[in-house]
Design a protein around this ligand. Structure first.
Ligand SMILES: [Zn+2]
Ligand SMILES: [Zn+2]
Length: 395
């Protein structure tokens, strides 16, 4: 027992466990008579049966069936065949130990492998989880990217809309400016034409005045002539004066003819003036139409202005000023029309008067001639001693 204790191992506490492993792993040799020829210990190689050394006595190990000394046969194990605790040599013990060690290592390796398998399974599960999570995240990223793309497109569309509105506003501005310049140009033209019209009207008035003056002159001259004729008829009753009177009457008649011609010319002039007045009236109507068009344009411009916000205050003031100028211009045109109407009426009246005067003059001349004829006949009858001559009776 002392020998055994001196060779005890630290892991001998796990003997039963080791025995089970040994049973499983330790294989007994097929040749079991080799110990008979062994002449020295197969464990420590000492010769057997040395004199004076007791433990060199030859024994047999029941596990390897070889010859060993007593000192080396110091361990015991459960025998795999007899299943009884049996003596074992040092070599077999070391073999068992190494087998046990390897078995332990194997067991540990198995455990480690199982652990690794478990960890691999876990890792695979984690990987699957992460893959699923990654898929979810990818889907979310795709959604966000799509949303971003969509919002970006909408922004671009909005930008395009704003650009279009700006372009339209620019076009409106250009149109308003051009319309304004056109209005100003037409206004200037109309102002110039208005001046011309005023000048022409004053000329017409002057012409009408001159006509009136010449007409009054002619009338006074006709009256004078009539008076002269009457005076001649009254003062010269003698037949000697008849020839002179006839000559005078002839001269007067010629003068009257001249006056009639002049009157006709005056009438013609008046008619021409009327024609011109008519044409000017037409021009005025055209101007009224132009003014109406200008009004329409102004209202359109105003509408455009209301639509657009790009007008400055100065431009707005300018527009208001132009509109007030247009209104003033309308007033001027109206006054012109009224004056033209008056002129036309005046011209018509003058024309009638002229015609009447012409007729009167002609009638007057005829009556003068008739009176003269009567007077001549009376004088002739008186000379022949007739009592029917009124002139003679009065005389
Ligand atoms: Zn030995
Ligand atoms: Zn042995």
């Amino acid at each position: 027992m002392d020998v055994k204790n001196s060779y005890n191992f630290s892991d001998s506490d796990n003997y039963e466990e080791d025995a089970e492993i040994l049973e499983e792993k330790f294989i007994l040799p097929t040749k079991r008579n080799l110990w008979e020829t062994d002449n020295r210990c197969q464990s420590c190689l000492i010769n057997f049966n040395i004199l004076g050394i007791a433990h060199t006595k030859k024994t047999m190990c029941s596990f390897c069936y070889r010859g060993v000394c007593l000192k080396c046969l110091c361990f015991s194990r459960k025998h795999p065949e007899s299943e009884i605790s049996t003596k074992m040599c040092r070599a077999c013990h070391y073999e068992c130990k190494s087998i046990r060690h390897i078995s332990g290592k194997l067991q540990q390796a198995k455990l480690e492998i199982e652990q690794l398998h478990f960890e691999v399974d876990l890792a695979i599960r984690e990987k699957d989880d992460y893959t699923n999570q990654r898929k979810c995240v990818e889907q979310q990223i795709n959604k966000v990217q799509n949303l971003l793309k969509l919002s970006h497109g909408e922004k671009i569309a909005e930008c395009d809309k704003i650009k279009l509105i700006i372009e339209e506003n620019e076009a409106k501005k250009t149109r308003i400016i051009s319309a304004n310049s056109e209005l100003v140009e037409e206004k200037n033209k109309l102002l110039v034409y208005n001046k011309e019209l005023l000048k022409f009207i004053s000329d017409l008035k002057l012409g009408i005045k001159q006509n009136e003056e010449s007409e009054s002159k002619y009338r006074s001259r006709i009256n004078k002539t009539q008076n002269k004729i009457l005076g001649i008829l009254k003062s010269h009753n003698a037949i000697e004066n008849t020839t002179l009177v006839t000559e005078k009457i002839k001269n007067l008649t010629e003068e009257t003819k001249d006056l009639q011609l002049k009157l006709e010319n005056t009438n013609k002039l008046t008619q021409e003036l009327e024609k011109e007045l008519h044409s000017h009236q037409k021009n005025t109507e055209t101007n009224e139409l132009t003014v109406y068009n200008l009004h329409t344009k102004a209202s359109e411009t105003k509408a455009l202005y209301l639509e657009s916000d790009i007008f400055t205050e100065e431009q707005e003031k300018e527009l208001v000023k132009k509109r007030s100028m247009l209104l003033e211009y309308d007033k001027i045109i109206k006054n012109l029309n009224d004056r033209l109407e008056l002129l036309k009426k005046e011209a018509a009246r003058q024309h009638k008067l002229n015609k009447g005067t012409t007729k009167g003059t002609l009638y007057g001349n005829n009556s003068l001639l008739a009176e003269y004829e009567t007077a001549r006949r009376s004088n002739t009858v008186t000379l022949h001693g007739s009592t029917s001559c009124k002139q003679c009776i009065i005389a």
